[in-house]
Design a protein around this ligand. Sequence first.
Ligand code: 13P
Length: 246
Amino acid sequence: MRTRLVAGNWKMHGSRAENGPRLKAIAQAAPAIAGVECAVCVPFPYLAQAAEALAGSGVALGAQNVSEHEPGAWTGEVCASMLADFGCRYAIVGHSERRQHFGESDRQVAAKFGAALAHGLVPILCVGETLAEREAGRTGEVVGRQLEAVLERAGRQAFAQAVIAYEPVWAIGTGKTATPAMVQEVHALLREQVLPQTRILYGGSVKAANAAALFALPDVDGGLIGGASLVAEEFLAIARAAQRKD
Ligand code: 13P
């Protein structure tokens, strides 16, 4: 049985003052949500604050990006061993905002994935198509290519630990959620390429109101939550919706 995972991606939001109460609320409530692992992926400067606030709660800590390089002369970068040093369990790699705005290639994302794994982090590999790609009937080809780049480098066995997040670009931050049928179709396709135990999350405008329908799908193992993860009660409600009903 794949343990459900609900991970918050705070993106570039937060301040020490805002984060404190949010982390405290999550740390207090999450342990009662049986059978669901919660994680928060915070901006780099807040890793220490989050690590301290979440200590002992069972809520995992994650980063939103990781360098593909080992320590060295890479100004502005943060490497996997540093994230491990701060107690991170997860590192998001290949988020569409990084592919789109920072030019990350499939190859670079695969290298980041490898660096994360090499330092004991669990990569959350994001894949997803743009609206134009979906409308051109290219969804399967695009997510297949994004995943294949990682499979070629790291091998299928890497997905014994690693997590995938299917995030259609057109559904991110837009309020447009993919329909359950669309989500299941892509998740089933991804599942064929990896392992039966690989957790595959859905991301893109997930809210408490639509989470249960998405989490009821056979190949959806949780969610990667953006905007809604910034409100502790909403994030916790999404995590409760991920509890298995059987
Ligand atoms: P939203 O939930 O804000 O649409 O963001 C999804 C996302 O990009 C999570 O990584």
